[in-house]
Design a protein around this ligand. Structure first.
Ligand SMILES: Cc1ncc(COP(=O)(O)O)c(C=O)c1O
Length: 360
């Protein structure tokens, strides 16, 4: 039998943070930056409603959700598009903007899906060097050519946890050719309490040549429901709506996202929880010469340069005790570091206990 020929891609497939360990039933997963406190009780309640008509297609335009987003973030709902995760919005942006040989600039250690979706549509991915694992505005500008169509960046960035300040982000937009779309991925913006930080949404809500990405997978705890959104010029959104899959966000995802947005108290509690434990874990690990980035999002990038253990050894030892963290070698090619997601109280305490036993 013959297999009809398909296209070949020179792409390293995305490897998500592991979620299983052979032979172990009880594990603690701190590898995928999901949120420790789960979803808002309001969201949980609405998706448990037995009367929901799941046999019907959902609203393809996610009208109610877009309205709620526009109310909460004070932006026009005509400039919003919802996706099955922000992931799908990244994919649609690449489909809309890129043709073979176009160039996309991504920071060296940026979130992997930018490069993957850009390559799928045949674009050339150009990497901008980072300085000390931080995005550099001047390195991005150096890489601009006539073929550059998009610059993607996450702020703060996953997996480095570093961020561009408000001043640096404004400088980047100013120095970048106006015909280039700057995509600012605010996936972790809600966690940010750092005074010199402003989200893409805060800075560029009405800029025609900036596109903002947001997700419900992180602080809102809806990772499995797959829902995110993008905000851009109405012309971009109208064009995206032409290529968007017709029913891309499920009814459960839409309803849960709407309820999550309304539950400000839960979000406040989640932010506090994250900050308290990020500080605790950071200073705890420093006692063992494991240092990390300045606290920003719901994860820390751990550096083993000054530790007696290598990242690999530490990873294996944690794994043997049922704790999974994220290797940064897979996909990101960052050596001797690990990414640790801040978990629930009990997960964090268990992590610290295991670390004590491993390192003492
Ligand atoms: C920076 C960044 N952007 C986007 C995403 C994708 O999120 P979603 O679950 O909305 O597709 C992630 C997920 O880890 C991320 O870290």
């Amino acid at each position: 039998m013959t297999i009809p020929k398909f296209k070949k891609f020179n792409i390293e497939a995305y490897k998500p943070g592991k979620s299983k360990i052979k032979k172990l039933k009880k594990i603690i997963k701190l590898s995928a930056n999901e949120f420790a406190l789960g979803m808002s009780p309001r969201a949980k309640k609405i998706i448990s409603d037995k009367k929901l008509k799941l046999e019907r297609y959902p609203d393809g335009k996610s009208e109610l959700l877009r309205r709620e987003i526009s109310k909460k973030y004070k932006c026009n709902s005509d400039k919003i598009i919802c996706g099955a995760g922000s992931d799908e919005v990244i994919q649609m942006i690449c489909q809309l903007y890129l043709k073979p040989k176009d160039e996309v600039i991504v920071p060296q250690y940026s979130f992997l899906m930018y490069r993957i979706y850009a390559k799928i549509v045949g674009a050339k991915v150009v990497f901008a060097k980072e300085l000390e694992f931080k995005i550099s505005v001047s390195e991005i500008i150096k890489k601009v050519t006539k073929k550059t169509k998009i610059v993607f960046l996450a702020n703060p960035n996953n997996p480095t946890g570093t961020y561009l300040t408000k001043k640096e982000l404004l400088e980047l937009r100013k120095k970048l050719n106006k015909n280039i779309l700057l995509v600012v991925d605010d996936a972790y913006a809600e966690y940010m309490k750092n005074k010199d930080y402003k989200s893409g949404l805060d800075l560029f809500k009405n800029k025609e040549n900036v596109f903002i990405l947001r997700t419900f997978s992180k602080i809102f705890g809806l990772a499995s429901l797959r829902v995110g959104w993008g905000l851009g010029s109405k012309k971009i959104i109208d064009a995206l709506n032409i290529i968007k899959p017709p029913f891309n966000v499920s009814l459960l995802a839409q309803l849960a996202a709407v309820e999550s947005l309304k539950d400000s108290k839960f979000i406040e509690k989640s932010i506090k929880h994250n900050l308290i434990f990020a500080k605790k874990i950071k200073s705890f690990l420093e006692r063992y010469q494991i240092f990390s980035n300045m606290i920003s999002a719901n994860f820390l990038l751990l550096d083993f340069k000054r530790s007696n253990h290598s990242a690999k050894e530490f990873y294996e030892k944690l794994k043997n005790k049922g704790i999974i963290v994220r290797s940064t070698e897979d996909g990101y090619h960052i050596k001797n570091k690990l990414r640790l997601t801040i978990g629930s109280r009990s997960e964090n305490l268990a992590f610290m206990n295991v670390v004590k036993n491993i390192l003492n």
